[in-house]
Design a protein around this ligand. Structure first.
Ligand code: NMX
Ligand code: MLT
Length: 441
C-alpha cells in the first residue's frame, strides 16, 4: 500500500487529471448569479472556492468526505476502551478520502509522535510574552517561531520544481500537527499552572496525549478531547480560518505562515473566540443574578439585556447553517452521557430552549440556532478547565487538521494565487448610471 505520502500522491494525481478533464469539458459553465448586495455583505452565498475535505449543508450540517458526525463516531477507529473517534482517523479521511483502518490510524499516531519535538526557541518565544498575553497571541507567536523549521521555505529557497511543492507542504503539515499539542499544553501550563509542565506520553494517541500534557488524566476528559478535536477540525473552505489559511498559502507562504494567518482569524469573537465568549457571558449572568442555576425566565431577561446593549448572543447564529449545529448536538450527547447533572451544562441546555425564539422574534437573524461554540466551554469547565481564554487554542489545534489537509491538496492540485476583483462604490455608482461597463451591462 505504500506510505501515507505515496497514497496521497496517487489520489492527488488521479484527482488532478479528473479536474483537468472536467474543466476542459465544462469550464465555461455558469454556476450562479451574484447580486450587488452580496459583494457588500461578506460574499454570503457566492461559491468561489474548492475545498475537498468537507462540505457544509445549511440544513444538515457538516459532512467530512461524505460522513456526518454520528457516522464518524460509528465508523472511525477508537482508542482502546474508548467510544469517541480518534482525530487521526478523521485526518486520514480528509487527506485520502477513504475511511482508515485501525492500522492506518496507529501509523499516523506513531508518525505524529516521531515528529512532535518542539525546538527550545519556540518555548523561549512564548516565554518572551507577558503571562497576561492572550493564549491565542501566544499560540500564533509559537507557530511563527516554529516557522524556522519549514521544509517548504527551505526547498523553495533552493529552487524546488513547482510540481513538487506538495511534498514539503505535506511534511510541514505533519510536523505542525504533531507539534501543536505540545505548544498548546505549554501555553496552558505556563499561563495557568505556574509554569509546571508535563512531559508528553509517547504511548498515547494525539488527543489523549494533549489531555495528558494539559494535566487532565481523567479518561473521560481524554474522550472529550478526541471528540472535540474531531468535530472542530473542518467546516468546508469558506469559514474565516480555512479561507485565510488557503488564501495565504496561495501566495506560496509556507504552512507555518499560512496556519498562523488562519489562527489569527480564528481568534476573532465572531469566529473561534466565540467559545470563550459563551462561558464568559454565562459566568457574568450567574454573577449578576447571584445564582449558579438561573431559571429559564432569568435567562430570557439576560438575553434581552444583551441584545438591548447592542451585543450578539455568543454561540448563536451562523453564516451558512440554518438548523442546530450537529457539533452542538454531539456535545450535548456527550454531556448527557458523562455529566447530565452539571449545573453549567444544564444552563447551556436551558439557554438552548430560551434563545432561539427570542432571536427569531427579532426578524433579522437568519439562523437563531446554536453553533458549536454554544456548548464546548461548559464541558471543559466540568472537568476543571475554567480558564475560558484558553478555549480558542483548543479549537485551533483541531482546526489545523482540516486546514492543513486542505493546504496539501491545494499545492497538489496546483491551485493558483487567489486574487478576486474588488470595486469601489464610485465605480458601482457609475455602473448604475450606465457610465461604466464593469459587469458587462
Ligand atoms: N446575536 C445577536 N445578533 C445576531 C446574532 C446573535 N447571535 N447572529 C446574527 N445577529 C445579527 C447580525 O449581527 C446582523 O445584525 P445587523 O443586521 O444589525 O448587522 C443580523 O443579525 C443578520 O445577521 P445574519 O445574516 O443572521 O448572520 P451573519 O451571517 O452576518 O453572521 C455570525 C453570522 C456567526 C457572525 C453571527 O450569527 C454572530 O455574530 N453570532 C454570534 C457569534 C458566534 O457565535 N460566532 C461563532 C460562529 C461559529 N464559529 O465558531 O465560527
Ligand atoms: C467554523 O467552524 O468555521 C464556524 O462554524 C464558522 C463557519 O463555518 O463559517
Amino acid at each position: 500500500m505504500g506510505t501515507l505520502k505515496d497514497r496521497f500522491k496517487a489520489k492527488a494525481d488521479t484527482a488532478a487529471v479528473e479536474i483537468k478533464d472536467l474543466l476542459k469539458e465544462h469550464g465555461t459553465k455558469v454556476i450562479g448569479e451574484v447580486q450587488l448586495s452580496q459583494v457588500y455583505q461578506g460574499m454570503r452565498g457566492i461559491t468561489g472556492l474548492v475545498s475537498e475535505t468537507s462540505l457544509l449543508d445549511s440544513q444538515e450540517g457538516i459532512r467530512f468526505r461524505g460522513y456526518s458526525i454520528p457516522e464518524l463516531q460509528e465508523k472511525l477507529p477508537k482508542a482502546k476502551n474508548g467510544s469517541e473517534p480518534l482525530p487521526e482517523g478523521l485526518f486520514y479521511l480528509m487527506l485520502i478520502g477513504e475511511l482508515p483502518t485501525e492500522a492506518d490510524v496507529a501509523d499516523l499516531s506513531a508518525m505524529w509522535q516521531r515528529r512532535s519535538h518542539v525546538p527550545n526557541h519556540v518555548f523561549d518565544a512564548i516565554d518572551a510574552l507577558p503571562v497576561t498575553a492572550h493564549p491565542m497571541t501566544m499560540f500564533v507567536s509559537a507557530i511563527m517561531a516554529l516557522q524556522t523549521e519549514s521544509n517548504f521555505a527551505k526547498r523553495y529557497a533552493e529552487g524546488i520544481n513547482k510540481k513538487d511543492y506538495w511534498e514539503p507542504v505535506f511534511d510541514d503539515a505533519m510536523d505542525l500537527i504533531a507539534r501543536l499539542p505540545r505548544v498548546a499544553a505549554y501555553i496552558y501550563r505556563r499561563k495557568y499552572k505556574n509554569n509546571q509542565h508535563i512531559q508528553p506520553n509517547g504511548l498515547l494517541d494525539w488527543a489523549g496525549n494533549l489531555a495528558h500534557m494539559l494535566g487532565f488524566e481523567d479518561e473521560s476528559f481524554k474522550e472529550l478531547m478526541r471528540l472535540y478535536m474531531t468535530i472542530h477540525a473542518d467546516h468546508e473552505g469558506g469559514n474565516v480560518s480555512a479561507h485565510t489559511t488557503h488564501l495565504v498559502g496561495s501566495a506560496l507562504s509556507d504552512p507555518y505562515l499560512s496556519l498562523a494567518a488562519g489562527m489569527n482569524g480564528l481568534a476573532g469573537p465572531l469566529h473561534g473566540l466565540a467559545n470563550q465568549e459563551v462561558v464568559k457571558w454565562i459566568f457574568e449572568m450567574r454573577e449578576q443574578l447571584k445564582n449558579e442555576s438561573p431559571s429559564r425566565e432569568e435567562i430570557g431577561e439576560y438575553v434581552k439585556q444583551t441584545l438591548n446593549s447592542g451585543k450578539v448572543v455568543p454561540g448563536y447564529g451562523h453564516a451558512v447553517l440554518r438548523k442546530t449545529d450537529p457539533r452542538f448536538t454531539a456535545q450535548m450527547e456527550f454531556g448527557k452521557k458523562h455529566m447530565p447533572n452539571d449545573p453549567l451544562v444544564q444552563t447551556v441546555w436551558n439557554i438552548y430552549e430560551e434563545v432561539p425564539p427570542i432571536l427569531q422574534s427579532l426578524g433579522k437573524i437568519k439562523n437563531p440556532w446554536p453553533n458549536v461554540d454554544a456548548h464546548s466551554g461548559a464541558l471543559l469547565v466540568h472537568y476543571g478547565m475554567v480558564e475560558y481564554e484558553f478555549y480558542t487554542v483548543l479549537f485551533g489545534v483541531s482546526r489545523a487538521l482540516g486546514v492543513l489537509a486542505s493546504l496539501i491538496w491545494d499545492r497538489a492540485l496546483a491551485f493558483p494565487l487567489e486574487r478576486p476583483k474588488s470595486v469601489t462604490t464610485e465605480l458601482v455608482k457609475k455602473w448604475l448610471k450606465g457610465e461604466d461597463n464593469i459587469w458587462g451591462e
